[in-house]
Design a protein around this ligand. Structure first.
Ligand SMILES: [Fe+2]
Length: 510
């Protein structure tokens, strides 16, 4: 199958998403929001993190308050939306912002931070124009330029993937971008092969314990998934196009020893509607969640299951247990509700009640697929509202006892979006241990880093948190064995960082 066939098969040729193509009835509701101010009111806490974001940071070296564990040496790379304003134009949704990649180097009881905007084609074009030129995921601009291909909107702002000698900045609906792991300079668009040039590469690749990488791509409205099978050295091994419904927005997937698992939610897309992309997405109440079990060996669908509808961005680990497959999943409020809440948050007008209502819809659970009886069910896990799962990746695809999630403590003001706790579920003891940052912090994803030669789940957690009252960002290191007692070392930058999404830790000796 050549490139044209793959693009055609995946619906990527001749597609005009129609974004920014005409005046819209949505425009009026999206025009008024004021740029958030430096007010330290809780309702401004989240949006304030995007004020005064420069083109780059650092290098800035700060000392930890206590010695770092000797074996913990390496770099936490993080990505996230950062540039929300350009000239007179500004975005209204968290996911719209141009990506910024951060490196937090841990060495000699200190941390050195540097960061740089990811200079995608979209970024450079708009830099020259001095304004945003096309709609974002959740923002519509009247008279915006048409979107002719997914990479026209690519902000590379969701996650990172160390792959071979490269570091990739990932979006979910377009190409990955290559970044120099030392200087963070943007090197160019990643092309795995001529056949997949321009095909989307999602932000949540899964890495087997042997370094083998699995990923997928989708295009809204195309009813196709493209599977990537990538060798540990970064070379593309195989691709496969899968026919599947409910592929209008697919953020994550799960991988076990033998299977790729897609949990496809009934997000609809109205191609006739105008306005921001997020406003054209809907939800089919009548449909179930489709679960596809794909055989890694053949890349063909082996079994399909259905579950009552729910929405989730992220999955934790997944594994096979006899004839059962178990998948950890952090459910979210329905997508439309999430988009409303996050837009209100970015305007600094999140009503307390909205947050409370959203929380009631969410829970962490395990999906259980019985391959023998062909039945699927869910089992609740005791986290409550939680997201950003992390686990011991040395056991990716195999049963793990420990799952790390970000959670909300009761001290967190109800009109502040996000999380302020890091929690660890110990499956064997059936208990959760957690650390609460307190009421003035928004804590970001915390990454599990294994101790050398340790048993599963025995390691450190490395994560950042934004102190919105004092406008600074700190990095904390926890020992999983003493999480409830708080961090073993903390360092604080003399500035704050824009609240981001996902990262990866690269050890100096791995
Ligand atoms: Fe994500």
């Amino acid at each position: 199958m050549n490139r044209r066939d793959i693009l055609k098969s995946a619906g990527l040729l001749g597609l005009n998403l129609g974004m920014g193509s005409s005046m819209s009835t949505f425009a009026a509701s999206l025009q008024q929001p004021a740029v958030a101010t430096h007010s330290t009111e809780p309702s401004n806490a989240f949006s304030n993190s995007f004020l005064s974001v420069p083109e780059s940071y650092g290098p800035t070296q700060v000392a930890f308050d206590r010695p770092l564990p000797k074996a913990l040496e390496g770099t936490l790379y993080r990505n996230g939306p950062a540039r929300m304003h350009r000239g007179e134009t500004h975005y209204h949704h968290w996911f719209d912002g141009d990506g910024m990649i951060h490196a937090f180097h841990l060495h000699n009881d200190s941390m050195t931070h540097n960061a740089s905007m990811i200079r995608t084609d979209k970024y450079r074009e708009e830099e020259q124009a001095g304004k945003f030129l096309r709609d974002g995921f959740g923002t519509h601009f009247d008279n915006g330029l048409s979107v002719l291909k997914p990479d026209d909107l690519n902000v590379a702002n969701i996650s990172v993937l160390p792959l071979g000698d490269e570091l990739l900045a990932l979006w979910e609906a377009g190409s990955a971008w290559r970044v120099d792991p030392d200087t963070l300079e943007t090197l160019g668009r990643k092309v795995f092969s001529a056949q997949t040039d321009g095909v989307s590469f999602s932000a949540h690749p899964r890495v087997d314990p042997d370094g083998h990488v699995w990923n997928f791509g989708y295009l809204t409205g195309a009813s196709k998934l493209v599977i990537y099978d990538i060798n540990p050295n970064g070379a593309l091994n195989r691709t496969q196009v899968i026919d599947a419904e409910h592929t209008n927005m697919v953020h994550d997937f799960a991988v076990t020893e033998h299977y790729l698992i897609f949990v496809l939610m009934p997000v609809t897309f109205d191609s006739q509607k105008t306005g921001a992309f997020s406003d054209r997405l809907g939800w089919d109440d009548e449909s179930a969640v489709d679960v596809l079990v794909i055989d890694k060996a053949t890349l063909n669908v082996q079994q399909r299951f259905e579950l009552p509808a729910f929405f989730a961005f992220h999955f934790g680990n997944a594994w096979e247990d006899g004839k059962q497959v178990r998948i950890e999943v952090a459910t979210s409020e329905p997508l439309g509700e999430f988009n409303t809440v996050i837009k209100q948050t970015m305007k600094g007008h999140l009503p307390s009640q909205a947050q409370v209502q959203s929380r009631d819809h969410t829970q962490t659970m395990e999906i259980v697929l019985d391959l023998a009886s062909k039945r699927a069910r869910t089992e609740i896990m005791p986290f409550g509202r939680a997201d950003f799962p992390s686990f011991d990746n040395r056991f990716a695809g195999y049963k793990t006892q420990s799952l790390i999630m970000m959670t909300r403590g009761s001290s967190m003001p109800t009109d502040v979006f996000g999380f302020n706790q890091v929690s660890r579920f110990d499956r064997k003891r059936d208990r959760i241990v957690q650390w609460d940052y307190g009421d003035e912090y928004i804590a970001e994803e915390h990454i599990f880093v294994p101790k050398p030669n340790a048993k599963e789940g025995d390691g450190w957690l490395v994560g950042t948190a934004y102190d919105w009252k004092n406008a600074n960002t700190s990095l904390s290191v926890f020992d999983t064995g003493s999480l409830g007692e708080g961090p073993v070392a903390v360092c604080t930058l003399p500035y704050h960082l824009p609240l981001g999404l996902h990262g990866k830790f690269v050890g100096n000796h791995t």
